[in-house]
Design a protein around this ligand. Structure first.
Ligand code: BG6
Length: 476
């Protein structure tokens, strides 16, 4: 057997994409609640509105209504044999604005119920503390993580959760895909740092400064968590899209290496507790006066993570570009890779890239790895008899699982779990669509928000059940 018998097979979601109930149980408004629906066909992007405005379509308000369906949904996960289920705790259910003295008991109770329901079936809950759903109030009134004060709000939120669920949850992660903001677009800054970009700001500077505060907040949370329960495993969460050189031209190879540095330095800070050498050089070159104190640097050292969780969907390719002489990480420099196909959303499908990613992490960091997202967003068709043949999803997942097993079997990668994204159809984070589906379980709801919210099993539901039952031996 390539995989350990305790291997954590499961699936992953995020509160804002599945729960709905945006105003129930005393919940406050999160940044996801002010994001409108986009559309892949017309290429309409999601917009961030100034508060919740009448007449706009906010898909996360109802999402898949897990808030009211969690028992039914968790029973379906149990039927597939899930060993674990990754979800996030919506920060605004616990601290609706971020700066309250006391947490919201009704919000805490909701997650007690969810975790108890998982544990009833022997499913281990795995929890992300912050998954693109920081309080809108924090962004609006404090400027999000560009403000050092927000470190305290996060640490308080984390500590309340650690304390409350210390006997129910062992695996935690702090900030989901903290490195998505490497290319600091306003959308990325809102999702990752809850920062509403202001006119004329240097977004790159804002990103590095606020990412520093987030990394300090993460390290403080790791320290606090270990004090509350020394058995906790607290990880970081990195969006891994390997960047390949477009050609073997030396400048392309260097560009790819520099892009990997630009996208993955967050992992160095989380795991090694220090900045890589190239970053202080960059701050100097830019003439930025960074607020990074000696005390911060000690905190980063003391609060290193126990494992690396990462998502993997696709790979990128880059060509050296004279207009980018320092090889700063900018997504506009990416080029299409002619050797791989892409999904309907243009995401390049590359199972070998997952094996590459596992080896890349394994060579650099001596901590266990967990794949906490990997999946295939696609348009699904419900046949007249109600069945859904999503063989394309099975093909994507089985190729990636095969690559993952090869990395463990052949290269000795220390991998402890795999939670595919997302076992139940949910709202897409990038486009706000329901019709970009990832699930084994179909949710009857479309982009316009119409549907019964009924759940039904796709072909892949039965496939994943036997993947888990055979510990990844039977992938067909
Ligand atoms: C990851 C996020 O980036 O990718 C998830 O952590 C997201 O929240 C997933 O849903 C898939 O992306 P999308 O845009 O297809 O939902």
């Amino acid at each position: 057997m390539a995989l350990n018998k305790d291997f954590l097979w499961g699936g992953a979601v995020a509160a804002h994409q599945i729960e709905g109930g945006w105003q129930e149980g005393g919940k406050g408004i999160s940044i996801a609640d002010v994001m409108t629906a986009g559309d892949n066909i017309t290429k309409k992007p999601r917009r961030i509105t100034d508060g919740v405005l009448p007449g706009e379509n906010y898909p996360n308000h109802e999402a898949s209504d897990f808030y009211h369906h969690y028992k039914e949904d968790i029973a379906l996960l149990a039927e597939m044999g899930f060993k674990c289920f990754r979800t996030s705790i919506a920060w605004t259910r616990i601290f609706p604005n971020c700066d309250e003295e006391q947490p919201n008991e009704e919000g805490l109770k909701f997650y007690d119920n969810v975790f108890d329901e998982c544990l009833k079936y022997g499913i281990e809950p795995i929890v992300t503390l912050s998954h693109f759903e920081m309080p809108y109030y924090m962004a609006k009134h404090y400027g999000g993580f560009r403000n050092r004060k927000c470190i305290d709000f996060f640490v308080k939120f984390a500590t309340v959760c650690f304390d409350r669920y210390k006997d129910k949850v062992k695996y935690w992660m702090t900030f989901n895909e903290i490195n998505n903001q490497a290319d600091p677009t306003p959308h990325h800054l809102v999702q990752e740092g809850a920062i509403l970009a202001e006119e004329g700001e240097d977004l790159e500077y804002v990103m590095y400064q606020s990412a520093h505060y987030e990394l300090v907040a993460s390290a403080l949370a790791v320290k606090a968590g270990h004090e509350i329960n020394p058995n906790f495993k607290i990880g970081c969460m990195i969006a891994m899209c390997p960047v390949y050189p477009y050609s073997c031209k030396p400048d392309d190879v260097l560009a790819a290496q520099r892009f990997m540095q630009g996208k993955y330095w967050y992992t160095d800070v989380h795991v090694k507790g220090k900045y890589p050498n190239w970053l202080p050089k960059k701050f100097e070159r830019k003439g930025w006066n960074m607020d990074i104190t000696n005390e911060d640097l000690s905190i980063l050292k003391e609060g290193t993570v126990d494992y690396i969780a990462f998502s993997y969907y696709m790979s990128f390719a880059v060509e050296a570009n004279e207009a980018n002489p320092y090889y700063d990480y900018l997504e506009k420099d990416f080029v299409k890779n002619p050797h791989v196909k892409a999904s309907d959303w243009g995401w390049q499908i590359d199972a070998t890239g997952l094996r590459y990613a596992l080896n890349w992490f394994s060579d650099r960091f001596d901590v266990p790895l967990m794949i906490v997202e990997n999946g295939f967003g696609a348009y699904d068709k419900v046949e007249a008899d109600g069945t859904i043949d999503d063989s394309y999803r099975i093909e994507y997942l089985s190729n990636h699982i095969k690559a993952m097993i090869d990395a463990v079997d052949n290269e000795g990668v220390n991998l402890i779990g795999y939670t595919m994204w997302a076992p139940i159809d949910i709202v897409s984070a990038s486009t706000g669509e329901m019709d970009k589906r990832y699930g084994f379980v179909y949710v009857d709801k479309n982009n316009a928000g119409e549907g019964t919210l009924n759940r039904s099993k796709k072909k892949s539901f039965h496939w994943y059940k036997q993947v888990i039952a055979t510990n990844g031996q039977n992938l067909v």
